[in-house]
Design a protein around this ligand. Structure first.
Ligand code: AVJ
Length: 319
């Protein structure tokens, strides 16, 4: 099993600085990538199977229907996947792109555990696959992708993870995507679209409480990682649609006045009862706006596929 740990390189000299920065703001925030330690990635997998959480199965349906078309449009290429997680949807792409070729696949994820487990499973299922996992953030990975073994590459960004980036971060990210691609290469992106608010809010407030556990796990992760003393039962999950910014927001609401210490960061933060930490935004896109943004970054949408209800879209872009 080949994999490269990018987190140990100098690019992360300030580990934890972004958490301190977010918690020091008013209102408080945390970078959503802290949701994804190994436990968080497991909980996210459970979310994908919830009856209320429509994005995964909707995107899977689109991919199932159009994966051959995608492969025809790009021709043979290497696959680089950002935020690969369990790679469940990627299996469709792996199968389509392995036909008659030896496929090179680079999954990238911040959860080293899920990255390795998934890689093992994929290699077992597809013995001919040439796989090299990259453990790190998108920024780290895009800045130091392994050299091409083939003349054509596609960057894959599924699950509407693009929606976790605000406009500014999205612009920075797309500029990096463009930089990582050579002219003529491809970017395949899946995004959640606008739809009735009740459907969106239900997807982030499931009746089994898995999303609540996923949200609260960010505090457990910080406790582990930075010797913190967040009391998980003193915070409550909250998710609601913000119509101004067209995004669902996940928050953790402090149930009492309290002070929390993150020892290894030498940092202390106080909460008033009712005060929240915003842990994630998940933007719901208006397709024409997104297409314009992609075009601005010279990532030209070649083809857009949606499900019959137009809840979700898959866009194949070419640099
Ligand atoms: C896969 C990261 C895009 O924003 O919908 C699921 C994560 N958060 N339930 C999303 C998530 C709450 C998911 N992303």
């Amino acid at each position: 099993l080949r994999w490269i740990d990018l987190t140990s390189s100098e690019t992360t000299g300030d580990d934890g600085a972004d958490a301190i920065q977010g918690l020091s703001q008013t209102p408080k925030t945390l970078p959503c990538r802290y949701l994804y330690d190994d436990r968080g990635s497991e909980l996210f997998e459970q979310i994908c199977d919830l009856p209320e959480y429509y994005p995964t199965r909707t995107e899977q349906g689109i991919l199932t229907a159009y994966v051959q078309e995608v492969a025809q449009l790009t021709g043979t290429c290497e696959l680089v996947e950002l935020g690969s997680g369990s790679s469940r949807k990627t299996r469709l792409l792996i199968e389509a792109y392995s036909q008659g070729h030896q496929l090179q696949y680079y999954p990238i994820d911040v959860s080293t555990g899920i990255l390795k487990t998934t890689a093992q499973a994929l290699l077992h299922q597809y013995p001919k696959l040439k796989l090299c996992g990259l453990a790190g953030t998108y920024e780290q990975a895009l800045a130091q992708l392994p050299p091409r073994q083939l003349d054509n590459r596609m960057l894959i960004f599924l699950g509407s993870t693009l929606g976790n980036l605000d406009r500014q971060a999205c612009d920075r990210f797309l500029a990096q995507v463009k930089q990582a691609l050579k002219p003529g290469e491809f970017f395949l992106v899946g995004v959640d679209l606008q739809k009735p608010i009740e459907i969106i809010e239900a997807a982030y407030n499931d009746t089994q409480g898995v999303t609540a556990a996923f949200n609260l796990n960010i505090l457990r992760h910080l406790n582990h990682r930075f010797q913190g003393n967040f009391q998980l039962d003193q915070f409550a999950h909250q998710a609601f649609y913000n119509p101004v910014d067209c995004q669902i927001e996940m928050h953790l609401r402090s149930l009492q006045d309290q002070t929390v210490v993150l020892q290894t960061l030498d940092y202390q933060v106080s909460f008033q009862a009712g005060e929240t930490i915003r842990t994630e935004i998940s933007r719901k896109f208006h397709l024409p706006d997104l297409i314009a943004v992609l075009e601005n970054h010279t990532l030209k949408p070649l083809q857009v596929w949606t499900d019959p209800q137009a809840w979700f879209a898959l866009l194949l872009c070419q640099r």
